[in-house]
Design a protein. Structure first.
Length: 279
């Protein structure tokens, strides 16, 4: 069993520093095998913001797996936005825009969905789909395969006017072909996890989707607090825990346990920890 902390949308430049310190404490306590950061490390892709997030990620002290989000591409600086969109990300964070992690239980693949032209909306290119297929399709069946994007494959119920990542349906065909079980994303600042078929109702295969809220920024939405997902993962088992900031600590709220039987993820238990409300 592996322990994954899925944090997202840090937005250095608009950070709640008390929550940022609280997250470091909570991560230290839970000792994840891997910390996945699903994009929007900065608010405006400035040098000072990248320096700050680089130093923050170093303080985490566990292996980090990171992809960029749209906010990691400059918005107002048009020269940089169109001709060197991720240069600062590459300079301060990593050159690797297709991160891959594998151990004896999980394989994790990251796709950069941020784009200069549409800026806030993301997309997966045909070439990125081919690269994902090449990396993931031939892996042993006993690994739990995870794909990380900034932009989401689904929208939580009741949210209108929000678009999913471009070419999601074509990418989902490859996700099925390669037997990928878990999709992690951010962007919406709206923590949520479910089966892909609750949104893509015509799809046949069970895939679990976990979207993280904004973990430490002041840009919370929908009256939801800062949060991150703490995930226990094995080939046929997932426990997804949303840990919410209560202005003092990150604390347990919604915990969903799932097992996979005959290629179908089934919810074994869903627990709301008392003292928290889930919309
Ligand atoms: Fe964001």
């Amino acid at each position: 069993m592996k322990k994954i902390a899925h944090i997202s949308d840090l937005h250095f430049g608009r950070v709640n520093y008390k929550a940022a310190e609280g997250l470091l404490v909570d991560l230290k306590h839970h000792e994840p095998d891997l910390v996945i950061v699903s994009g929007d490390l900065t608010q405006r892709a400035r040098n000072s913001q990248f320096r700050e997030v680089r130093d923050y990620l170093k303080k985490i002290g566990f292996p980090i797996f990171v992809i960029p989000g749209n906010h990691d591409i400059p918005f107002f600086d048009f020269i940089r936005r169109f001709f060197a969109p991720l240069d600062r990300y590459k300079e301060y964070i990593t050159e690797d825009l297709r991160p891959f992690y594998m151990d004896n239980e999980i394989a994790v693949y990251g796709i950069n969905t941020a784009r200069s032209n549409t800026w806030s909306e993301g997309r997966i290119s045909i070439e990125q789909m081919a690269a994902m297929k090449e990396q993931l399709c031939g892996l042993p069946e006993n690994l739990l395969k995870i794909v990380v994007t900034h932009h989401p494959f689904i929208v939580p119920p009741g949210r209108v006017g929000i678009r999913i990542v471009g070419r999601a349906v074509r990418a989902l065909d490859i996700i099925d072909e390669c037997q990928i079980d878990l999709l992690l994303a951010g962007h919406l600042h709206d923590a949520f996890h479910t089966d892909i078929r609750t949104y893509h109702t015509k799809r046949e295969r069970s895939v679990i989707v976990a979207q993280a809220g904004t973990s430490i920024s002041k840009r919370t939405r929908y009256m939801k607090p800062n949060s991150y997902n703490f995930i226990h993962a094995a080939s046929n088992y997932l426990r997804i825990e949303e840990r919410r900031w209560n202005d003092e600590i990150f604390d347990s709220s919604l915990i969903t346990t799932l097992t996979k039987e005959e290629n179908e993820w089934r919810k074994v238990q869903e627990v709301e920890v008392p003292g928290h409300s889930h919309p």
